[in-house]
Design a protein around this ligand. Structure first.
Ligand code: SAM
Length: 241
């Protein structure tokens, strides 16, 4: 079933696809009047529709039913990701969205090799990748990508979550499994370091702020592997798989 994100709510039982999505629906998928399509408001509601008519730059859809989307995880997941080198962040954003992350917060820490002074264009690109990944995997919520913030702010924000974890490469006592044994909170934050890892003072600050330092085992995972592994484990522990 073709699925598109759409802005706004139905008006007189109609929703309208415009722009690139209208072009994709009409020219690529060659949808025809009467065909079924799901339109999602990007905030957790799906509308079951049929194509009513195709105009030059718009596809008019008749709404038949609406219901909460069933493609969101049971928990709200936020990934705080230290800026990695090169274009790794694009891959991390795509995988995190497929794994159900609602919000991605890039941050700059002491050991980040990549220290661009201008990040707006990068953030815009990451937002585009997040939207494309959300469409591809059928998300019900359009994930957000925040502006790049300093590590102190990332720690403070992550600490507000019911389950606030920081993946620490030097953690030897507590594994992710132990940290999740008592269950997964409704709101989970995950803090992941850059290629150079966390500076000792950053790890201490995260602990002081109340984040739980967890290990992903005795091997050192790449900064792009660690969030994917941890998110999958959290989804599993949270009853989503
Ligand atoms: N430079 C660090 C070192 O050599 O110890 C490795 C950093 S690792 C490439 C990047 C990030 O992935 C880490 O800061 C951490 O957040 C996460 N990570 C990688 N392996 C991990 C593990 N075994 N346990 C916990 N976190 C891990």
């Amino acid at each position: 079933m073709p699925r598109f994100f759409v802005d706004g709510q139905p008006e007189n039982g109609v929703l309208v696809l415009q722009g690139e999505d209208a072009h994709h629906a009409g020219r690529v998928l060659r949808l025809r009047p009467g065909e079924a399509v799901t339109l999602c408001d990007g905030k957790g509601t799906d509308y079951d529709c049929t194509v009513e008519r195709l105009d030059k730059d718009a596809v008019i859809c008749c709404v038949h039913d609406c219901h909460p989307t069933d493609t969101e995880p049971k928990q709200r997941l936020t990934l705080f990701m230290a800026l990695p080198k090169g274009d790794k962040m694009e891959w991390i954003v795509q995988k995190a969205v497929e794994l159900g992350v609602s919000n991605i917060v890039p941050y700059l820490s002491k050991n980040c090799v990549s220290r661009p002074d201008k990040t707006d264009k990068k953030v815009e690109r990451w937002r585009k990748i997040a939207a494309e990944a959300a469409k591809q995997c059928g998300r019900g919520v359009l994930p957000t990508v925040g502006a790049v913030i300093p590590v102190g702010q990332a720690i403070a924000q992550a600490a507000q979550s019911e389950t606030a974890l920081f993946l620490y490469e030097n953690e030897r006592q507590t594994g992710l499994r132990d940290a999740l044994a008592a269950g997964v909170g409704k709101d989970v934050s995950l803090l992941v370091g850059p290629e150079g890892g966390f500076a000792p003072e950053e790890a201490e600050a995260a602990r002081q702020a109340g984040l739980k330092s967890v290990s992903l085992g005795t091997r050192i995972l790449r900064c792009e592997t660690a969030p994917v592994a941890a998110l999958a484990a959290i989804l599993f522990a949270g009853g989503n798989m």
